[in-house]
Design a protein around this ligand. Structure first.
Ligand code: NAP
Length: 606
């Protein structure tokens, strides 16, 4: 083991532990921004991509292939960097307390960010100018004396800024400034890499950065908040593609003549990068409903997947042993791409959030592997941070759903079979329905209301109507609270982001453990498109697939009004006993339409 590899492994382990320590302190409120933040930080693959795109391949036969692969990798990584930081900032800007909303934005993070960048550039230029020996050309001085040290210091500073950036996500108060620091870290790392001794051609690098800025900027600024899950998946796929292409380029450049350790890391990089690329594409397509959401299964599925895995591992081992150019490398890359497809296709769309978090983790590992191949420490650090974050989020989601990761990946829980739906339709007691007019009257006589949002609120895009209803009730002196279940919706922190988008101050959002004891005091609980997270069977029915999952105990309130379109079950595919509770009334219809009607009825009652 070389000393460099040993140091790399230490860095990887320590960054992983540090990531675990920081990320476990991120509140569930900020889990969706955390996902896109780590995604943006993982765009550090840009650093390796820049080196590959900007290197001189005049001595390499068909060296243009390496430049082309590097250019595509720069474009993908830059798209992630620009898009990731912009959308994270858009989300974080929405998390405000009532006081902050009332007084407007006082600390514009953009001004701080650009101010810091300008100050840094000026300070660096002044330092270079002051230390340059008289009579020496600036270009020569930069190349001979500044480049190497600048690169090293830039990476150290950006690693510290990334860690501080993630630490900022520990509270909505510091989250924006934290992300501005992380973005600054990315800027410094990229600028530092431009001083890398291997980067000698800047044309393709500049073009890749420009395309990435335009595409990523457009995605980051235009994607609606309801489409954040699929954007995150798409972004993982681009990051993983960059890692895979950089690996292919390195193999092509050296024709396999690399040390066994480097070849092992390179195999890992292209395989994990390849399967994460196609797996994330399928996840994005399922979430965008371009592909059928139901699990797609076929005959001999396990045999085919296992055979592919054997071919991939076998090719990898052969490559490391022979240390020479062999077509097996390209077979291995192609098989990894197919394996990623086969891995995600059999999983239902509803389970995609866990899959995305796991793919996030794989993407981080591919980045770290790229760091080992190029012996780039900043990539090892961010790869470890990203890997830990994705893995932790996946585990948190599974725990909140009372399921194991294996069950999500290989179980059939996410399937809602026709029999289940039919069974759910069977009457299991009396269901009382209520009209918008009656609901408005009930609100008039209430003093404490809890709103329980769920996936249906996202589908109906009812968050603004929900917030308006809350504002009207508060204006009438009603105590309005929002109860947030950790896995309500389809992303961790999904409901927090949507309500923040609708300007609901985050101190009105209460986590499950905090709000459960308040339900007996509530006059009305308004359940907006939430189903599984309120199902009492999770506490009482041992045969229910939900048994053991902690729920929002809405059945303890004085009265419950449920907004949904039908008696169809939710994600778990099981009937909800709550709807037969004598305190429960169903306001059938699209949640947004129903709330809008209730609001206009309330206004007419004045
Ligand atoms: P849910 O159990 O999936 O139920 C959502 C309900 O919304 C459905 O019953 C549906 O009923 C209703 N709905 C859909 N469109 C609607 C519309 N336009 N207007 C009104 N209602 C509408 O949702 P949940 O209670 O939020 O629970 C989340 C589930 O997802 C849990 O089982 C959780 O384990 C799982 N999950 C969550 C995550 C995460 O990270 N958040 C990740 C993976 C899985 P109708 O069709 O009758 O309208």
């Amino acid at each position: 083991m070389t000393a460099e590899l040993e140091v790399g492994l230490y860095i990887f382990l320590l960054a992983g532990f540090l990531g675990y320590h920081i990320i476990t302190r991120v509140p569930p409120l900020l889990h969706t921004p955390l996902m896109s933040a780590t995604n943006a930080i993982a765009a550090i693959s840009l650093v390796g991509s820049l080196v590959v795109a900007g290197s001189d391949y005049s001595n390499v036969p068909d060296g243009w292939v390496c430049t082309l692969l590097g250019f595509v990798a720069v474009t993908c990584s830059a798209t992630n960097a620009f898009g990731g930081f912009l959308i994270t900032d858009r989300m974080l800007r929405m998390f405000k307390t009532a006081e902050q909303r009332a007084r407007g934005t006082r600390r514009p993070a953009e001004v701080q960010f650009f101010g810091a960048v300008a100050a840094l550039v000026v300070a660096a230029a002044a330092l270079v100018y002051a230390t340059k020996p008289a009579g020496m050309a600036m270009g020569l001085y930069l190349r001979e004396h500044v480049a190497e040290a600048a690169l090293r210091y830039c990476y150290i500073v950006s690693a510290a800024l990334f860690v501080l950036g993630l630490k900022g996500l520990g509270s909505p108060r510091w989250a924006r400034s934290g992300m501005a620091m992380a973005a600054l870290g990315m800027f410094i790392a990229v600028v530092g890499t431009l001083f890398h001794p291997d980067v000698v051609h800047y044309g393709w690098v500049a073009l890749g950065l420009l395309i990435g800025a335009v595409v990523g900027g457009t995605l980051g600024l235009r994607v609606p908040m309801t489409a954040v899950p699929q954007r995150t998946a798409l972004s993982h796929s681009l990051g993983a593609l960059a890692a895979c292409l950089v690996g292919v380029s390195e193999y092509f450049r050296y024709q396999g003549e690399l040390s066994r350790v480097t070849l092992t890391a390179l195999d890992f990089e292209v395989v994990v990068g390849g399967l994460t690329f196609t797996g994330s594409l399928v996840a994005a397509a399922k979430l965008q409903e371009l592909l059928r959401g139901r699990p797609i299964t076929y005959r001999g599925q396990n045999v085919i997947s296992l055979s592919l895995l054997v071919i991939i591992v076998g090719s990898g081992v052969y490559l490391v042993i022979t240390q020479a150019a062999t077509p097996f490398f390209y077979v291995m890359v192609a098989m990894s791409l197919v394996f990623g497809l086969l891995l995600v296709i059999p999983i239902g769309a509803a389970d995609m959030p866990v899959v995305i978090a796991l793919l996030n983790s794989y993407g981080g590992l591919a980045d770290a592997a790229m760091g080992f191949v190029l012996m780039n420490k900043i990539q090892i650090i961010t790869g470890a941070l990203d890997g830990t974050s994705g893995f932790l989020l996946a585990l948190l989601m599974c725990r909140a759903m009372n399921r194991s990761a294996l069950n999500v990946l290989f179980g059939a829980f996410g399937r809602v079979s026709d029999e289940d739906v039919a069974a759910a339709a069977e009457a299991k007691g009396t269901v009382r329905s209520i009209a918008a007019e009656e609901t408005a009257v009930l609100f008039e006589t209430s003093s404490k209301v809890v709103v329980v949002p769920g996936y249906g609120m996202a589908v109906a895009q009812a968050q603004h109507a929900v917030a308006e209803l809350g504002t009207i009730l508060r204006a009438r002196g009603v105590d309005v609270r929002y109860a947030i279940h950790p896995v309500a919706g389809r992303m961790p922190g999904h409901m927090n982001v949507l309500l923040a988008e609708a300007n609901v101050p985050y101190e009105q959002l209460h986590e499950m453990e905090a709000i459960n004891s308040f339900f007996p005091e509530a006059d009305i609980v308004l359940v907006v498109g939430a189903n599984d997270v309120t199902n009492p069977a999770a506490k009482s029915n041992r045969s229910s697939p939900l048994y053991g999952m902690p729920i929002l105990e809405v059945d303890r309130a004085k009265s419950i009004i449920v907004l949904k379109r039908s008696m169809r079950p939710g994600f778990a595919g099981v009937d909800n006993e709550l709807y037969y509770n004598e305190k429960c009334m169903m306001l059938f219809g699209d949640a947004k339409v129903s709330i809008t009607k209730v609001i206009s009825e309330m206004k007419s009652l004045l």
